[in-house]
Write a protein that binds this ligand. Sequence first.
Ligand SMILES: Cc1cc2nc3c(=O)[nH]c(=O)nc-3n(C[C@H](O)[C@H](O)[C@H](O)COP(=O)(O)OP(=O)(O)OC[C@H]3O[C@@H](n4cnc5c(N)ncnc54)[C@H](O)[C@@H]3O)c2cc1C
Length: 359
Amino acid sequence: MKKRIIIIGGGYIGAELAKSLDDAAEVTLIEQNSHFVHAPAMIRAVVDPDILDRALIPYDGLLKHGRLIQDRAQSVSETGVTLASGEQLEADFIVVATGSSNAVPFKSNGADIETLRAANARVHALLSTASTVAIVGAGAVGTELAGEIAHGYPDKKVHLISSEPQLFANFPEKLGRKLAAKLEHAGVVLVLGARAENLQSLTEPYSGTLILSTGQSLAADLIFPVIGSKATSTLLEALPEAKLGRNQRIKTDVWMRPSTYDNVFAAGDVAEMGDAMTIVATSRQLTWLKKTLTALVNGQKIEDLKPYTPFQKAPILVPLGPVKGNSFLSLFVAGDFLTSLLKGKDLFLSKYNKLLGKG
Ligand SMILES: Cc1cc2nc3c(=O)[nH]c(=O)nc-3n(C[C@H](O)[C@H](O)[C@H](O)COP(=O)(O)OP(=O)(O)OC[C@H]3O[C@@H](n4cnc5c(N)ncnc54)[C@H](O)[C@@H]3O)c2cc1C
């Protein structure tokens, strides 16, 4: 009899892990949505909604043997998972990968895919007629959004606002400096070291006037709040001795376990184990999870396996539209050519469509 693994959440961790364990175990993937949401392409989709057809990918081609249940997991115990429908599922191992929410229209945030499509259409329409755009938050999402709008609509006045004095302060200085120069060359106004004091929404784009901590005020036809992700951790918070970290993430031990339950794991954005909330981080965690869960279903003890160690110097790829951008590739900062080749041109759409069995 194969061991039963339940994975909750079909994002970057859940979808790929489910597929990779499909032969080794009896896999059940619980995902509330009908489609995988490829977040990096959701930024470009604000400018070019046609890309949604490949950025929102149905789950029906993901698993050959395992079960995909479209429902919301409501609670987790040592023996299984209870669904919103009331159904109870038993498992030998459980992986909670419920990810995070972000601003509209980048992630589904618990809503269905049609609601996400409608939000994209609404924001795209507002962007099409806007003359002045303000983006609050210059992390990767805000910076990429500024680059995409400047590429797609060179006539719009885009302001990128950050409370930090420089872009990408946690990476080699060259990365932020090069990106800032490219954005300014494309006409984007960088407003650094300034905090927006009166954001009317932390999640929904809107039209209004921003008051900045520098005393400036800035009127914009469209203001994007892009101030980071919040982990979807309610399921884990209820587990014995679970501890909340930053951004609502739940802390884990070195075996990715968030509680006293030995067989319940957590990974990706929902879990705090020293990695950032990125797909890049999930790729490292996936390697460990595949290896560890395969060993566990084959009867090995977790104490005999290697613990997980987070990224020391994680890479980051920051396209500014399909052609330009910069990347930190752990050893050096790359320019337009490599950034476009590795990410900007295709945004990994081919990789994730292939993973989900769509050509
Ligand atoms: C606009 C944007 C662009 C980004 N671009 C990049 C990038 O280019 N590179 C990069 O490295 N990172 C990027 N990120 C970060 C990246 O998207 C996250 O790190 C990644 O999504 C985390 O993957 P995950 O599997 O942990 O969770 P998620 O991708 O958030 O997936 C979680 C899944 O769980 C499901 N779920 C949640 N709760 C339940 C429940 N109770 N029951 C059933 N299902 C549930 C959700 O519907 C969702 O499908 C970006 C983020 C955003 C917002």
